[in-house]
Design a protein around this ligand. Sequence first.
Ligand code: PMP
Length: 409
Amino acid sequence: MTNSFKSISQFRQDFPILKQDVNGKPLVYLGNGATTQKPQIVIDTLREYYEQDNANVHRGVHTLSARATDAYEGARTKVKNFINAASEKEIIFTRGTTDSINLVASSYGHANIGQGDEILVTAMEHHSNIVPWQMLCQRTGATLKVIPINQRGELLFDEFKQLISERTKLLAIVHVSNALGTINPIEEMITIAHQNGVPVLVDGAQAIAHISVDVQKLDIDFYAFSGHKMFGPTGIGVLYGKQALLDAMPPYQGGGDMISVVSFSGTTYNDLPYKFEAGTPNIAGVIGLGAAIDYLSAIGLDNIAAYEHHLLDVLTKQAQNIDGLRIIGQAEHKTSILSFLIDGAHAADIGELLDQQGIAIRAGHHCAMPVMEFFHINASARASLAFYNNEEDISRFISALNSSLALLR
Ligand code: PMP
């Protein structure tokens, strides 16, 4: 391990939860695809907000409300800078990736997609980038089209070019697959989509903590992500949308904050981004997300990406030496995720035996049942990495896997 890699894994010290024993063994946390752990600074920020500043935002004339509003809007600027959006107006706070995608399906979808239109997704989507579109199709008579994948878990690019047409009204694609680890070529896909006049929504849930994202450079129309997968709190997420698109969209939910004037003779709506933030928001969550972004930015996404690439290489090479282990997802461009099956062992049993040795992984369909169907499996075991993991975690995982297999086979 090089010195710079070593210094990245030192950030592990900032995560109090990682310092515990689980089932009598030091915790090895490899469930980062499901959710990430929180550094002390995020925990402190949440506590300090509730201890010192708690008040509703955009309303009070008093000092606490002004402080809460400043911190809340300050976090919006941090998000804007983190993904290089053009304006704070393009940053909508939501409950998470799922909520962000539902917002677009409901608002943009209903205004722009109808009978005979097509929405294009990939065969490797998470359910949250499938079901909202299926619901929209049911209501409008539009059709969902699916770009197929190959056995390595990569998109069939030529098929994508065949499928996109004048009927396509939206391309909704995952940036990084949570079930396979595949990094999709979103830049090339966006170029082709735009040549066809098709806007693009990118599900960034698994990418945002691992790859640096510049929404202007990539010319992304909508980008959705969750705070809890980037070392921030649960229950908070972001929808980035180009201002022109958001401006033209009708509100998603009605209520306080999203209005300009309400009267029984008619209501006018607030400006962006508030038009899409009805009701008291998750103020603490937003401020905690801001702290997580500061923390991540100080380490540097490019440093994180290089280190995690190295860790995934080590993990993959060692896993391949295990007799009967089959990796699900062997794309050329991958990040942080090793999804696998072992002959003669159920994924859930592997997960439970590893847990007894203090190792947390995820086993199941990963909310990506169509991916499981494609590979003719019901579930897989998944070890997913973050920058606080190290080679010691990998050796513990591999030796625990070997001893579990001795019991299972
Ligand atoms: N998309 C992908 C690729 C995901 O991995 C996840 C979370 N597993 C989601 C969407 C949904 O995120 P959330 O549950 O935070 O809304």
